[in-house]
Design a binder for this molecule. Structure first.
Ligand SMILES: Cc1ncc(COP(=O)(O)O)c(C=O)c1O
Length: 431
């Protein structure tokens, strides 16, 4: 039976003393706090500041700046950084032995943990340095003929579209894109646009699970099913989705899923993964040559030579943090933080939301457009005068500033940002 808000307040008060002893370590605080509220619905917990205070303290971030660009890349909790530092120092003692023969094999445990979190077989999980590497492996490794088409949207990530454009120049593969209004009228509308733009030459669909410019969620399960029914490979760009919204990766039904772990999973920088559906592994070319490129071994996509294991091993700690916090709780909190600034600021008629606030269509990110405030000057003003970081978006039709808080963001920080924006709307930008 779901606990009521009163139950939550009473249990938090009773147990508060208990978890105080764990407060010397960020992760201990978070896990204990999460245990205390295990029956509280995520939407109810989203606004309980006493719970989120413990989560905020797990991050050693610089509070003299306000970072509202966590969509770009995010800080990791202290406990994750500590693990990476330990691995880095251990490897450094005797690299040829500690790095290659002790730490390298431990990556297999991380593979299994990631596969459990995404819900796939560990033999379908390749660990990469980011989404870009993962998705370039997916896009470049497919055998295609001149004239074959790859269908995507004009708002997919530029590097991924450039990867296809490079195939256009080298091999006469054709990139076809369509654009859509932001926000779109519905999820059905987006599926319909993909369906309408398929031609007999379409061999691949590249779709973002959540887009870079406005954080629009695409119904990737339905798009994958539609592609599969037509014999089209479906590559999902999950750079923003994994770790931000709770979902079952195994249920998507796509052929490839690439993500970064240094955005929303808050793993160390330079971490990502590529899921490759089992049936695709053998035929898919690795981007960096492997001894047997047509082997049925997911590790053939990880032939990058000597590299640090510190970041990739500490993915394990980032997963412990995420799972201990609870994916549904994190998602609800992120949406709560986003709604706080998006609803307040969009009450002003000179502010337009490029992002739908429908929970099925978005989560942590919102892009705000201002009718009569210069975007680039506003971004500069936010940083120069207020040390607030947001991301400028210039895609035609989606222009604005993208604002993306994270679980360590405080309500006070969001309110300070809103105060500054309202002052600019009232008084204009300083000359
Ligand atoms: C949708 C999307 N795909 C791919 C990427 C590339 O991510 P990375 O730089 O971590 O490889 C980004 C980065 O912002 C993104 O927003």
């Amino acid at each position: 039976m779901a606990a009521t808000r009163r139950d939550f307040m009473m249990s938090a008060a009773a147990i508060g003393a208990g978890y105080a002893v764990l407060r010397s370590n960020g992760i201990g605080r978070v896990l204990a706090a999460a245990e205390d509220v295990r029956d509280v619905p995520p939407e109810m917990l989203a606004g309980e500041e006493s719970f989120w205070f413990d989560v905020q303290q797990a991050f050693a971030v610089d509070r003299s700046v306000i970072n509202l660009n966590n969509g770009g890349v995010s800080p990791a909790p202290r406990f994750v950084l500590d693990a990476a530092r330990r691995h880095f120092e251990f490897a450094n003692q005797l690299p040829s032995r500690n790095l290659w023969t002790i730490l390298d094999p431990q990556v297999e445990t991380v593979r299994k943990r990631l596969a459990r979190a995404f819900n796939c077989d560990a033999e379908e999980m390749a660990i990469t340095r980011n989404s870009s590497e993962a998705l370039e492996i997916a896009i470049l490794g497919l055998d295609l003929q001149p004239g074959d088409e790859i269908l995507s949207t004009a708002q997919d990530y530029p590097r991924m579209l450039n990867t296809i454009k490079q195939r256009e120049q080298r091999e006469k593969i054709v990139l076809k894109t369509f654009d859509y209004p932001t926000p779109p009228p519905s999820l059905e509308f987006l599926v319909g646009l993909f369906e309408k733009n398929i031609t007999p030459r379409t061999k691949v669909i590249l779709v973002s699970h959540m887009t870079t410019y406005t954080g629009q969620v695409f119904p990737v399960q339905r798009i994958s099913a539609m592609a599969r029914a037509r014999g089209i490979k479906c590559i999902v760009d999950g750079a923003h989705a994994f770790g931000q919204i709770a979902f079952d990766g195994g249920a998507i039904g796509c052929d490839f899923y690439g993500t970064s772990l240094h955005k929303w999973l808050t793993a160390p920088h330079g971490t990502g993964f590529l899921y490759v559906r089992k049936e695709n592994i053998t035929g898919h070319w690795p981007m960096m040559a492997a001894p047997d490129p047509k082997k049925d071994d997911i590790r053939k996509f990880e032939e990058i030579g000597t590299h640090s294991d510190a970041a990739r091993l500490a993915i394990a700690e980032a997963l412990v943090f995420y799972e201990g916090l609870g994916p549904e709780r994190k998602e609800a909190r992120l949406r709560f933080l986003r709604d706080r600034f998006a609803r307040r600021l969009s009450a002003n008629e000179r502010v337009t939301l490029r992002t739908s606030l429908d929970p099925a269509q978005s989560c942590a990110l919102a892009t705000l457009n201002f009718t009569d405030v210069d975007r680039d000057k506003l971004v500069a003003h936010l940083w120069n005068q207020h040390k607030i970081v947001v991301s400028p978006i210039s895609h035609p039709g989606a222009e604005g500033i993208r604002v993306s808080p994270n679980v360590y963001t405080t309500l006070g920080e969001i309110d300070m940002f809103c105060d500054v924006i309202e002052k600019v709307l009232r008084d204009g930008l300083p000359a």
